[in-house]
Design a binder for this molecule. Structure first.
Ligand code: PAF
Length: 279
């Protein structure tokens, strides 16, 4: 496994691979890798010849400086995880390598940018798409893999790819859960034992909605899911919505082909998100 820190070294490593017409996959991450990330690497390996994983805690997507400061950075463990997963290249640039100068960035990601996470974390998706665009420029992957856990992020990245007309296939990979249902996240390490238990209500509420989708109306499903969450101590709900998977607007028509339930809540001091595709 090659570990690269500069854009120049990354480009010269990838140039012969591209000339050789090998398929390159990119798995962008912010490190603190868990089984969810490993599953992205494994799926990428099945579809490409060379897998590049980036580890970069991108400052421009953090709306809360405290969140950026406390973001876990277990670099040695991450490298070991990637080595064991059989990753080919790790790109681990510094902040100055990625942002030599402060950049003003704004692209039109469509109205869904301002909903859900976009409402609670203003400017977040401009930061995400800014860094992902840079990574796409430096790696020029054929395919890029993202976790479905950040459902809105995948949508925003697809919109960014469409905006720039990039020849990159975006692949959303299934959420990996702990045995008890908690969606894997780099933020889970911040949960206390009590938070960890309380956090289970998020996947339970989503499963309730999925399991009862054909029996109850969407209004009833959302109402009951919200009650479940509101009754759980230490959990402060930001939103629970059954939405159209393309617009992220509330969906009331069960026959629509793309419906997803999305939730975000603060559990103790940690903000968690999760979702489930309903049809
Ligand atoms: O999902 C993440 O870890 C980040 O938002 C990403 C896509 C690596 C961009 O920094």
């Amino acid at each position: 496994m090659k570990v690269i820190n500069t854009i120049a070294a990354l480009k010269s490593l990838l140039e012969p691979i591209k000339l050789d017409q090998q398929k390159v996959a990119l798995v962008p991450t912010m490190g603190a890798l868990h089984k969810g990330h490993v599953s992205l690497i494994n799926i990428a390996q099945q579809q490409a010849d060379v897998v590049v994983c980036s580890i970069f805690v991108n400052p421009t997507q953090f709306t809360d400086p405290k969140d950026l400061e406390k973001y876990p950075r277990p670099l040695e463990d991450d490298l070991k995880t990637l080595e064991e997963a059989g990753c080919d290249v790790v790109f681990m640039p510094s902040v100055t390598e990625m942002y030599p100068e402060p950049e003003v960035w704004h692209i039109d990601l469509g109205p869904a940018e301002f909903l859900l996470e976009g409402e609670f974390r203003k400017g977040h998706y401009q930061g995400v798409t800014q860094v992902v665009k840079k990574l796409f420029d430096y790696v020029s992957p054929d395919l890029a893999f993202f976790g479905q856990k950040d459902f809105q992020q995948v949508l925003m990245i697809k919109n960014m790819v469409a905006h720039f007309n990039l020849p990159i296939q975006i692949i959303s990979c299934p959420i990996i859960r702990e045995d008890d249902g908690l969606a894997m996240s780099s933020r889970n390490i911040h949960l206390s034992a009590a938070d960890r238990k309380n956090a289970l209500v998020l996947s339970r509420a989503l499963s309730f909605v999925k399991d009862n989708f054909s029996k109850l109306s969407i209004v009833e499903l959302v109402e009951k899911a919200k009650v479940l969450i509101d009754e759980t101590p230490g959990v402060e709900l930001d939103y629970f919505i059954v939405a159209n998977g393309e617009t992220l607007l509330p969906e009331n028509d069960k026959s629509h082909h793309d419906i997803v339930a999305l939730v975000a809540a603060k559990v103790g001091e940690t903000r968690l998100i999760d979702n489930m595709i309903l049809n």
